[in-house]
Design a protein around this ligand. Structure first.
Ligand SMILES: [Zn+2]
Ligand SMILES: [Zn+2]
Length: 411
């Protein structure tokens, strides 16, 4: 393959300043693959890096860490790839030697490399990546979908950390691209119901068969979540009591996540009438000691997919006894948490950061037509029009989810 001497790239030169520059095409190291970028998707973290460089990236740096493209050249020790084939890249580069790596927790590596952070990333016509972090894309997968490899992998980690099981009630708080992805991926685990809480009608519509709650027009979000879970539970129970051998709805298309009667998609309130005594009790906050031991309707798993105190409050409050709270989006610094409720309800809190060897399962999910994950890329923008792509990703939450920069394919 003909590799030119220079390439176009987007470099962060100072906080707030992303610039199109001409750079030498990087040479792959002995264990690396040189990829000619076909598609690269913009991540929320790219937007944060551009705005205020929270990780203190040494500048200038080519940003971007979600990318797919064709193999352009191979380092001398690399085998198993053919020039020209489409590959997806995972941006995390574990060192392989630190204590966490040796414990099998390479995703929490103490000396982790990362595309777009400590080395140049995917917002460029070419990028280099260690070969063990690259996979051949399934033939059915377009490049803009293959570039979602890492976001899908990290969202799978959140689902796995939550140990979502058949029949669980799952609440996802946050309707950004990650929250949407997590809700879609959770559907593969046959939960009884998935409730997605967010603030954007367009985004809340992106997960079929969930109960979507728009916080902006729901006065009592916690009460609405509990009412939805109670209705889903009672409809499942009454079905089973009519027909004892009938299992819980097991998979998509057989009724999981169907809305309980009376609860509309993107509901503002499932209760036309005044709340019952029980409901008033359940939604009063802080809860009473007596209420704590009575239990009540609640979620088995709550996934925090937006980093705010109110999201943490909602996730912790909506869980039932032994419920699991997955912190996918973090809050900076200390956060307030009701430890009394955590104690009396035996709640669990689990962090989810990067992914533990989920590259191959993520590719499987990407190739799964039932999940239609490629549809999360709402906009494909030619690389030359990159300012428009970033504007869409940053400011158009009512029409854009994932925005991909697309490079002209040249043989
Ligand atoms: Zn990302
Ligand atoms: Zn390591």
């Amino acid at each position: 393959m003909n590799v030119p001497a220079t390439m176009k790239a987007l470099q962060l030169t100072a906080p707030g300043k992303l610039s199109a520059v001409e750079l030498p095409v990087p040479q792959p190291g002995p264990d690396e693959v040189l990829v000619r970028t076909v598609a690269t998707t913009i991540c929320t973290s790219d937007l944060n890096d551009i705005a205020h460089n929270p990780f203190g990236i040494a500048l200038p740096r080519v940003l971007g860490h979600e990318g797919a493209g064709t193999v352009a050249a191979l380092g001398r020790r690399v085998q198993g790839f053919q020039p020209g084939e489409l590959v997806a890249a995972h941006p995390v580069i574990p060192c392989g030697h630190c204590e966490n790596c040796r414990r099998g927790l390479a995703h929490l590596c103490a000396r982790m490399g990362h595309l777009g952070l400590d080395r140049d990333g995917t917002f460029a016509e070419f990028f280099c990546i260690r070969a063990d972090r690259v996979r051949r894309a399934p033939v059915s997968l377009p490049a803009h979908a293959a570039s979602l490899l890492e976001p899908v992998a990290v969202c799978l980690e959140a689902v796995q950390r939550g140990r979502i099981q058949s029949g669980d009630s799952v609440v996802v708080v946050g309707d950004g691209p990650f929250g949407i992805l997590i809700a879609r991926l959770a559907s593969k685990h046959s939960p009884k119901t998935i409730i997605l809480v967010g603030r954007h009608e367009f985004r809340l519509r992106q997960v079929p068969s969930v109960i979507a709650i728009n916080e902006k027009d729901t006065p009592n979000v916690l009460g609405t979540i509990r009412a939805a879970i109670r209705m889903a539970t009672s409809s499942a129970t009454s079905l089973r009591s009519q027909q004892p051998s009938l299992p819980l709805p097991a998979q998509r298309g057989e009724g999981w996540g169907e809305r309980p009667p009376g609860l509309s998609q993107r509901t503002s309130s499932p209760r036309p009438s005044a709340p019952s005594e029980e409901e008033r009790e359940e939604t009063s906050f802080p809860e009473t000691f007596g209420r704590t031991f009575r239990g009540g309707a609640g979620a088995d798993v709550a996934i925090m997919a937006t980093g705010t105190q109110s999201a943490l409050d909602l996730c912790a409050a909506c869980l039932r006894a032994r419920g699991r709270l997955v912190v996918f989006s973090a809050l900076q610094g200390r956060a307030a948490l009701d430890l009394f409720r955590l104690h009396t309800q035996e709640l669990e809190i689990l962090g989810a950061c990067n992914d533990q060897d989920l590259i191959d399962p993520a590719l499987e999910r990407l190739a799964d037509p039932a999940l239609a994950l490629a549809s999360l890329v709402t906009h494909r923008v030619p690389f030359g029009e990159w300012p428009r792509a970033f504007e869409l990703a940053r400011g158009r939450k009512d029409e854009a989810l994932k925005v991909a920069l697309i490079f002209p394919e040249t043989a």
